[in-house]
Design a protein around this ligand. Structure first.
Ligand code: ADP
Ligand SMILES: N[C@@H](CCOP(=O)(O)O)C(=O)O
Length: 319
């Protein structure tokens, strides 16, 4: 349940007076999500999402996220569009939290992913990268390779309580990644968390991307590596090469991948698996007793990382 901060009907009514979106008809907290408090607000003019940004989001990053969604939606990508207040602001404040209202996207996300979904995702991801090409703001990826060793150190010896030998395994992997991380690949705006729960579909077509709160400036093909991890493994841990081939080929049809980008996929997939293993491990070790958001399983990403360690070229991904 991701509603950390409650909002009363009176608070909402007063808050919405700053916007030109009509009068509230209904208002409900949204159970899904983990980072922020989200509410669905129906008004006389339509349906909107109200987000109150919680402590894991740095308020200084909010202008990047909101301007990015504004930029991409103006260019025709289906993603939440920040609604401005009557005085023209995308960012407001409610109950001592930074807050924003964005447009509601139709569609559902799929727990059971098909090759057709992967095909649709690859093309839309490439389109997002193209449309982000002239976005002028920059936000460095604070969860990239330079952050992994300090993150592991902050997990400390408790890591081995999750799996014996995990600390040494990760230390060795991080050393490999620090030495082999690509430096000269095309960069731009990446979503950086495009998991199935952040991609809505209507039928087999992508109807929108949500949750841009890890978006940053990084190697474009790193986003594809994140998607290979999040979309192409089966629940039994096996890698589905058909899904990977569908995703990579549809991406490549919209935005041509260079030989260097293709060749970098295995190391980027290792890096992406390491990133999610580490953040999940940190949350697993540090989640407060009785917290209502269940931490995600770090070992899922240990298994994914072990698979990528066995991949020697992009042929391992069906291409
Ligand atoms: N623009 C939107 N349109 C429709 N539903 C949305 C939108 N934004 C968020 N949601 C709903 O809220 C849930 C949580 O949103 P998300 O941004 O993933 O939260 P968090 O950042 O806390 O993980 C989503 O799974 C979806 O159900
Ligand atoms: N996708 C990440 C966790 C971030 O959750 P989200 O609800 O903000 O997408 C993971 O699976 O580790």
């Amino acid at each position: 349940m991701a509603v950390y901060t409650s909002v009363s009907d009176d608070d909402l009514e007063t808050f919405l007076k700053a916007y030109d979106i009509g009068d509230p008809l209904s208002f409900a907290g949204i159970a899904e999500g983990v980072e922020n408090s989200n509410f669905m607000v129906r008004t006389t003019t339509g349906t909107y999402i109200l987000t109150l940004y919680e402590k894991r989001v740095d308020p200084d990053d909010l202008p990047f996220f909101l301007n990015l969604m504004n930029h991409l939606s103006a260019k025709g990508l289906s993603c939440p569009e920040p609604v401005r207040t009557r005085s023209g602001e995308m960012l407001a404040s409610l109950n001592d939290r930074p807050a924003a209202v964005v447009t509601f996207l139709d569609g559902v996300w799929h727990r059971k992913v098909s090759p057709a979904h992967c095909y649709a995702l690859g093309g839309e991801l490439a389109r997002m990268h193209d449309l982000g090409g002239d976005f002028s703001m920059v936000r460095e990826n604070n969860l990239s390779v330079a952050s992994w060793r300090p993150l592991l150190e902050s997990c400390g010896p408790q890591s081995d309580g999750v799996k014996p030998g995990l600390y040494a395994f990760l230390e060795q992997e991080i050393t490999f990644l620090e030495q082999n991380w690509p430096k000269d690949l095309p960069r731009g705006v990446v979503h950086a968390d495009l998991f199935p729960d952040n991609v809505f579909f209507l039928g087999d077509k992508v109807s929108g991307f949500i949750d841009f709160y890890f978006a940053c400036t990084d190697m474009l093909v790193y986003d594809l590596a994140i998607c290979l991890n999040a979309w192409c493994f089966e629940t039994d841990g096996s890698f589905n090469v058909t899904k990977a081939r569908q995703m990579i080929s549809s991406y490549d049809a919209v935005r041509k991948l260079s030989d260097a980008e293709m060749a970098a996929l295995p190391v980027l997939a290792r890096g992406s698996a390491t990133r999610f293993l580490l953040t999940r491990l940190y949350d697993w070790i540090n989640h407060p007793e009785g917290a209502f958001v269940k931490p995600k399983d770090p070992m899922e990403y240990h298994r994914k990382l072990s698979f990528h360690q066995s991949v020697t070229s992009s042929a391992g991904y069906g291409i």
